[in-house]
Design a protein around this ligand. Structure first.
Ligand SMILES: [Mn+2]
Length: 257
């Protein structure tokens, strides 16, 4: 019986199956998925249907999962291909709606984008307690009414918490607000830093596993591990065995050259 943490799948059901083969998965193993299970790849329904059937699979919501949920339940009239395939899959939509944004397991935290460096362990406990109420039709509508990086850093505001857990990459080191974009441009904005590089605040001692940032691949320091290898973009599907720290890396056969 092993426990694995798996990075962004993005609807790549073939990739998931190859990974399960590589780790010799059996139903007694425990899997933690770091969000962005769906969208972009060819078989989002296949991925969700499989995960929903397992007894020891846990997952957090990523920004793509949230966005697809929002466009379906708020009747957006510009549904993308993934959202269209989900419209009649009520069981999959209901299953996604009950997923958490954050999971705590012993000394580990699992989330899609990251943990805000200003959050203390008691803030994190509060979020774990309150998060079930965050994902609703009206909250999703309000969440998407404003770009996340424009939200003030209010640490007890559900929308700021949702943005941090599902979208954060860079923060402003002066006021700890979210910065836009996925690349740093230090010349224009010297205060823009990756969230995990801010270590001088009241940081949790728990080890944080996250995905979301394909460009980082397996960046690892003493308190964070990123497992998004950008498989859907022709990169790698990454998986970490918690029992012994073994890293599995599965290359997309359609790898970019
Ligand atoms: Mn993401």
């Amino acid at each position: 019986m092993s426990t694995y943490v798996i990075g962004d799948i993005h609807g790549c059901f073939n990739g998931l199956n190859k990974l399960l083969e590589a780790i010799c998965y059996n139903a007694d193993d425990t899997l933690f998925f770091l969000g962005d299970l769906i969208n972009k790849g060819p078989d989002s329904i296949g991925v969700l249907t499989w995960i929903m059937q397992q007894k020891n699979c846990h997952a957090v919501l990523g920004n793509h999962d949230l966005y697809i949920l929002h466009s379906i339940i708020n009747n957006s009239n510009s549904l993308n291909t993934t959202a269209q395939t989900f419209i009649k899959k009520h069981d999959a939509i209901d299953w996604l709606l009950q997923l958490p944004l954050l999971i705590e397991q012993g000394d580990y935290l699992f989330c899609h984008a990251g943990i805000h460096p200003k959050w203390s362990d008691s803030d994190i406990k509060n979020i774990l307690k309150l998060q079930n109420d965050f994902i609703s039709t009206t909250n999703l509508k309000q969440f998407y009414s404003q770009p996340s990086w424009q939200r003030a850093p209010e640490y007890d505001n559900p929308f700021f918490i949702m943005a941090v857990l599902t979208e954060m990459r860079f923060l402003n080191r002066i006021d700890f607000s979210l910065e836009q974009g996925s690349t740093d441009n230090m010349a224009n904005n010297p205060n823009k830093v990756a969230w995990f590089d801010i270590t001088e605040t009241n940081y949790t001692q728990k080890h944080i596993f996250f995905g979301h940032w394909a460009r980082l691949s397996t960046i690892e320091n003493n308190h964070t591990t990123c497992l998004d290898g950008g498989y859907v973009y022709g990169g790698k599907l990454l998986c970490y065995r918690l029992n012994d720290g073994k890293l599995y890396s599965l290359t997309n056969p359609k790898q970019k050259t």
